[in-house]
Ligand binder design. Structure first.
Ligand SMILES: CC(C)(COP(=O)(O)OP(=O)(O)OC[C@H]1O[C@@H](n2cnc3c(N)ncnc32)[C@H](O)[C@@H]1OP(=O)(O)O)[C@@H](O)C(=O)NCCC(=O)NCCS
Length: 163
């Protein structure tokens, strides 16, 4: 991959069927366990209770992804997954995806976004805390490989509530 300029403007869009190969490849490259399969991604692309986002910049159409789940009757949305291609990390792709996930959840009337993270995932924890997520639970042996997790949450205020 050619290096991405630090100044490239990151855009976030909804994933399409044509993104499936990229989604599955990034999932494999980013996570050693608890992965979403191709069939699961395919279902999520068509589902009202899931939102799959893709980040791009300039001529690079796939730099990262985020998956958000919604539940009928619940005002709590769940950020299930977020990942940036290793070559494009540290340039704002994850932040743009997180911001987009929050605004989609807000627009759907959600009041809170929750997520789980491995306790040793310093890069992810730093971005979540910078965005205002706070730790609400310890999740011992939460992951398939036995690793511990933390649950984080952030209240999603509307622009009117923020003013
Ligand atoms: C977490 C992740 C999505 C962040 O994506 P990104 O595109 O690099 O995000 P950004 O560029 O917007 O921000 C990265 C921030 O993490 C910080 N960071 C990067 N590596 C870090 C590390 N090892 N320790 C602490 N902070 C780190 C950067 O300094 C940056 O913060 P800054 O903007 O204040 O400088 C990316 O690291 C990733 O894909 N990781 C693998 C998949 C993963 O673990 N996902 C989360 C599962 S819960």
């Amino acid at each position: 991959m050619t290096p991405m300029p630090a100044t490239a403007a990151v855009r976030v869009r909804r994933a399409e069927l044509s993104d499936l190969d990229d989604l599955v490849a990034l999932e494999l490259a980013s996570f050693a366990s608890d992965r979403l399969s191709r069939a699961q991604y395919r279902r999520h692309l068509d589902s009202d209770s899931a939102l799959v986002l893709v980040a791009s910049a300039n001529h690079r159409r796939f730099l990262g992804t985020a998956v958000v789940f919604f539940r009928k009757g619940s005002k709590v949305a769940r950020l299930y997954s977020i990942a940036t291609h290793a070559e494009a990390r540290g340039k704002g792709v994850g932040s743009a995806l997180l911001q987009a996930a929050e605004s989609h959840a807000r627009r759907r009337g959600c009041k809170e976004l929750r997520l789980e993270v491995r306790t040793d995932n310093a890069a992810a924890i730093s971005i979540y805390e910078r965005f205002g997520y706070h730790r609400i639970a310890e999740l011992p042996s939460y992951y398939e490989d036995g690793a511990d997790g933390w649950r984080y949450a952030k209240p999603l205020r509307t622009h009117r509530e923020k003013a």
